[in-house]
Write a protein that binds this ligand. Structure first.
Ligand SMILES: NC(=O)c1ccc[n+]([C@@H]2O[C@H](COP(=O)([O-])OP(=O)(O)OC[C@H]3O[C@@H](n4cnc5c(N)ncnc54)[C@H](O)[C@@H]3O)[C@@H](O)[C@H]2O)c1
Length: 350
C-alpha cells in the first residue's frame, strides 16, 4: 500500500458513528469518502457537519467503489458479522466496532475470511489504545506491585438501553478486552448471572466471574440500570493496589502502597505456629501517576490507517476480537444455566 492516503467508508451514523467520522476525518493519511446509514435524517445531519463526505443509504456504494480501501462498521452489534463479511468479500479492509460478532462461529468465520482475503480485520477495542490502561499495565507488571491477586471492574450507568444485545454483550467487551490485555492470560472458566427487568430476555445487569490458570480471579459488573455512571477497575497486588477511574480525568489512576505485612509476635516467625506471627496493615503513600494523555479513539483510528497503509497485524486483530467473543459466549451460557461454571475454550491462536 505504501504511503499513499487511504480512502474509507463508515457504516452507521447513530450514537458512536459520528465520533468515528470525526476521528478519521482528523487522522492523517486518510480520506472519509462515504458515510452510510439506513436513516436519512441522520445522514442529513452528517452531510451538514462533514461537507466533504458523500452520504448514502446503500452499502453497495461503498463496496463497489474500487478506491475505497477500508470499511468501518459502527452498526448494532448483532449486524457486525454479516456486514463485516460483506466488506471482506468485496476486498476491503475492515475495522468493526466491538464486539467482533455476536456468536463464536460467526467470529471464527470472519477471522478465516480475512485471512483468505488477505485483508486486515481489526476490532474497535478502544481501551487497548487508552493511555491510562497502558499505564495500568505497566504498573501491575512492575515488580514493586508484587503478584496480581485479583481484579474487579464496574461499568454501570442509567442507559444506554440497547435493542439488539444485552448489557453483557454491549458493555462487557470493554472489560474483557482490558482484562485479557492486562493479564496476557486467557481465563479457564467463567460463571455469570444476569437479570432482565425492563424487557423479557434482555439482561439489564450482569455479573461475571473469571478464573485464570495462574490462580488470579476477575469480577465484572455491567449494567444500564444503575443510578449513576461508574467506570472503575481495581487491581489488587501482593504489594500494592491500583484503582483506574475512567470518569475522573484528573486522577485516572491511583496507586495505593498498601497491604498486609507479616510480623513476628515472638523471637521469630514459625509458619507452623500461628501464635508466632500476626498480620499488620501497611498503609503507605497514594500516588496519582502522570499519564501522557491522547484520545484513545484517535489512537485507534490512526492505528487502523497505518496498518492498512503499511501492512502488518493490528493490535486488536480478529483473533483478539474472537477471544473476547469466546469469553462472552461462555458467560452467556453460564447465565442461561443459572450460573453454572463453564469452561472457556482455549483460543486457537493467542
Ligand atoms: N468503542 C466504544 O467505546 C463504543 C461506544 C459506543 C458504541 N460502540 C459500538 O458502536 C456500534 C454502534 O453503536 P451505537 O451506539 O452508535 O448504535 P446506534 O443504534 O445509535 O447506531 C447504529 C446505526 O447503525 C445504523 N444501521 C443499522 N444497520 C445498518 C446497515 N445495515 N447499514 C447502514 N446502517 C445501519 C442504524 O440506522 C443506526 O443509525 C455498536 O457496535 C457499539 O457496540 C462502541
Amino acid at each position: 500500500m505504501g504511503t499513499r492516503s487511504i480512502t474509507i467508508g463508515i457504516l452507521g451514523a447513530g450514537y458512536w458513528g459520528p465520533n468515528l467520522i470525526r476521528s478519521f476525518a482528523e487522522t492523517p493519511g486518510c480520506e472519509v469518502r462515504y458515510v452510510c446509514d439506513l436513516r436519512q435524517d441522520l445522514l442529513a445531519k452528517i452531510a451538514k457537519r462533514f461537507q466533504q463526505v458523500n452520504v448514502t443509504t446503500r452499502f453497495d456504494d461503498l463496496l463497489n467503489d474500487p478506491e475505497v480501501d477500508g470499511i468501518v462498521i459502527a452498526t448494532p452489534a448483532a449486524t457486525h458479522a454479516d456486514l463485516a463479511a460483506r466488506a471482506l468479500n468485496a476486498g476491503k479492509h475492515v475495522l468493526v466496532e466491538k464486539p467482533l460478532a455476536h456468536e463464536v462461529e460467526a467470529g471464527e468465520k470472519l477471522v478465516r475470511l480475512a485471512e483468505a482475503q488477505k485483508r486486515i480485520l481489526m476490532v474497535g477495542h478502544t481501551f487497548e489504545f487508552n493511555p491510562a490502561v497502558r499505564k495500568l499495565k505497566d504498573i501491575i507488571r512492575d515488580p514493586a506491585f508484587g503478584d496480581v491477586v485479583y481484579l474487579y471492574s464496574r461499568r454501570v450507568n442509567l442507559g444506554v438501553l440497547r435493542q439488539d444485545v444485552n448489557s453483557l454483550w454491549n458493555l462487557a467487551p470493554h472489560d474483557v478486552s482490558i482484562i485479557l490485555f492486562l493479564f496476557e492470560e486467557y481465563p479457564r472458566s467463567v460463571i455469570a448471572h444476569g437479570l432482565a427487568h425492563i424487557r423479557k430476555g434482555v439482561e439489564d445487569v450482569a455479573f461475571m466471574y473469571l478464573e485464570f490458570p495462574s490462580g488470579k480471579i476477575a469480577h465484572v459488573h455491567v449494567s444500564w440500570l444503575d443510578p449513576s455512571k461508574v467506570r472503575t477497575m481495581t487491581v489488587i497486588g501482593s504489594r500494592r493496589m491500583v484503582v483506574y477511574d475512567d470518569v475522573d480525568p484528573e486522577t485516572r489512576l491511583k496507586i495505593y502502597d498498601r497491604g498486609f505485612e507479616i510480623e513476628s509476635t515472638m523471637s521469630g516467625i514459625d509458619h507452623s505456629d500461628p501464635s508466632s506471627y500476626t498480620y499488620r496493615v501497611r498503609s503507605g503513600d497514594i500516588i496519582a501517576p502522570h499519564i501522557e494523555w491522547k484520545e484513545p479513539l484517535a489512537l485507534e483510528c490512526r492505528h487502523f490507517v497505518e496498518t492498512v497503509r503499511e501492512g502488518g497485524v493490528p493490535l486488536t486483530d480478529g483473533h483478539n476480537g474472537l477471544r473476547v467473543v469466546r469469553v462472552l459466549a461462555a458467560a452467556t451460557a453460564s447465565m442461561h444455566q443459572n450460573g453454572r461454571r463453564i469452561e472457556v475454550p482455549a483460543p486457537v491462536k493467542s
